[in-house]
Design a protein around this ligand. Structure first.
Ligand SMILES: Nc1nc2c(c(=O)[nH]1)N[C@H]1C(S)=C(S)[C@@H](COP(=O)(O)O)O[C@H]1N2
Ligand SMILES: [Mo]
Length: 198
């Protein structure tokens, strides 16, 4: 599979690849609100619900059969570290949105995860090519602590927008707040504008 390098997306947002107030790390720290949830590949399913024509459900094998791509992306945590050149493999958000047929009045998206984590983003922020439901990292299965079997990646946003252990996406006709957004973190979360808090 060829790798699409999208690390230049920063040019759209700021002068420097490293967003202001961030430092680079070569490690990949783990940040989870409540540890790693169990998942059972036999009962796991992934749902697309809300303001769509056709709600969708995928089993794990069905999800793994969807067309996937590999991208080289940067990863920015709101606590101040950034990790460059992460290779994620997964299914583009837009692919699932297209299959479900998103209603015209949908404006926001809520991601739901196995540990009851939630996070929301404006729909337009999700329809970018770099937003993936990722099951691979650096050529291997995504490690469980980093959200395996499946997580969202959002290289244009602070990483709390990328739900680990994601199991559903709901299209909303009004904004709602997810786990960190309810606790004062930014809804828009643009790292180059240092949108950390709201
Ligand atoms: N399901 C779930 N997703 C989550 C979190 C979480 O606690 N639960 N933490 C978020 C936060 S605050 C960050 S910085 C990134 C961390 O991803 P990492 O552990 O792979 O570095 O995951 C985000 N996604
Ligand atoms: Mo975070």
């Amino acid at each position: 599979m060829t790798t699409n390098d999208v690390t230049d997306i920063y040019e759209e947002f700021g002068a420097e690849r490293l967003p202001p107030g961030q430092h680079r790390t070569d490690d990949f720290p783990v940040l989870s609100k409540s540890g790693r949830p169990d998942w059972d590949p036999d009962t796991w399913d992934f749902t697309v619900t809300g303001a769509v024509e056709d709600p969708l459900t995928f089993s794990w094998p069905e999800f793994r059969d969807l067309r996937a791509e590999t991208q080289r992306q940067d990863f920015h945590c709101v606590t101040g570290w950034s990790k460059f050149d992460c290779e994620f493999t997964g299914v583009p958000f837009a692919e699932l949105a297209e299959r479900a047929g998103v209603h015209d009045d949908a404006c926001h998206v809520m991601f739901v995860a196995l540990d009851d984590y939630t996070t929301d983003l404006p729909l337009e922020a999700c329809m970018r090519d770099e937003v993936l439901f990722a099951w691979g990292y650096d050529g291997e299965d995504l490690p469980p602590d980093h959200g395996g079997p499946l997580r969202v990646v959002t290289p244009h946003k602070y990483a709390y927008k990328g739900a680990k252990w994601v199991c559903g996406v709901e299209f909303l006709t009004e904004p709602e707040r997810g786990f960190w957004e309810r606790r004062g973190y930014s809804v828009s979360a643009n790292p180059w504008a240092e949108e950390r808090y709201s």
